[in-house]
Design a protein around this ligand. Sequence first.
Ligand SMILES: Nc1ncnc2c1ncn2[C@@H]1O[C@H](COP(=O)(O)OP(=O)(O)OP(=O)(O)O)[C@@H](O)[C@H]1O
Ligand SMILES: [Mg+2]
Length: 336
Amino acid sequence: MTPERKAQLELHNGLLAALNGSVVMAMGAKLVGLSVASVAPIAAPLGVAAIGGLVWYGRGSGIPDVVKPQQPDPDKGFAVMAGRTKGKRPVWFSLGRTAPHMMIAGSTGNGKTAFAEYVLYTIAHQTQRFDLKIIDLKEKASFARWARLPFCSEVVGDPKEAQRVLEEARDEMRRRLRILNEARYNFQDDPYFEPLVVVVDEGSILSRYPDALEPLHDIAVIGREPRVHLVYCTQHPSYKIIPVEVRDQFGARFVFHLDEQSGSEVALGKGDYRAFETLSVPGRCIYKAPRVDLEMQVPYIPTQQIVEWIKDMADTSGGRGSGPSAPVTPGNLPGF
Ligand SMILES: Nc1ncnc2c1ncn2[C@@H]1O[C@H](COP(=O)(O)OP(=O)(O)OP(=O)(O)O)[C@@H](O)[C@H]1O
Ligand SMILES: [Mg+2]
């Protein structure tokens, strides 16, 4: 990340803290070569665009810099208010219906994990009729607590485990396809399958593990009908990991700022450098889907709110989630 970009992010996060009621003193922070000696208490409404006389980078676009989550609605199932565009117009997205899989791309600190968590949090408030498997290749740093949720059957953190989870998801996909094909052969209605959602956070780590990429690609290409859906997050979109024909299966792509032109092209399309040249606010992205190309700000839920919710769910469900494996002692071996 360039020093200018780092300063932008720090300033943005400072503004967020200020908007949450605390005081920010960003001593000596630099923005576009200018020095901001101090950012005094900012008691300003959302969207204010001047700090110490400097023009804030989100100004004029008409897109809000911070978006509150939409209240979850049990009737909406997998549909999520994915962001707000100019004039705060809401943009809706439904994993499985809008697109079989979603890709969330962006350099570090731009809000990929926060957005993935927001999407899962919202879906989980609307329906829990799905199975969630999370591959958090940053050694489970973000998602370890999700294992406490009753509908989350796996949270794994290393590439070998990732390969196993992806292979098992592919096996399940093939099993469902056999059932589906048999039903169709017999002129029966399609059977209902509960969605299986597989999250991969920091997919670029898989570049060194081709055996894990193979099932990932198979699911991307075939997962739609058997309802096996990917939520794929990456800092470094690359054709080496996601070849173009696989990329095109990610019908919904949420592309945050990227530090490389090549990544922007992979995520958005040939010659499209917008993710490199624009999108300077965390949570600001280009949403690309069939016949959709929008710049918007995705909603943000503070981590603490997610932690509280998981804690409540774990307490009320009796902690049925997978959790870290317990040490094996004679006392907890089956049959004792
Ligand atoms: N939608 C948003 N609106 C406002 N601020 C946000 C938003 N999303 C994230 N942020 C801010 O950016 C920070 C970094 O977000 P997050 O951890 O999701 O980034 P990331 O892209 O996953 O980074 P990395 O690639 O390093 O894992 C958050 O802690 C939060 O302060
Ligand atoms: Mg992250």
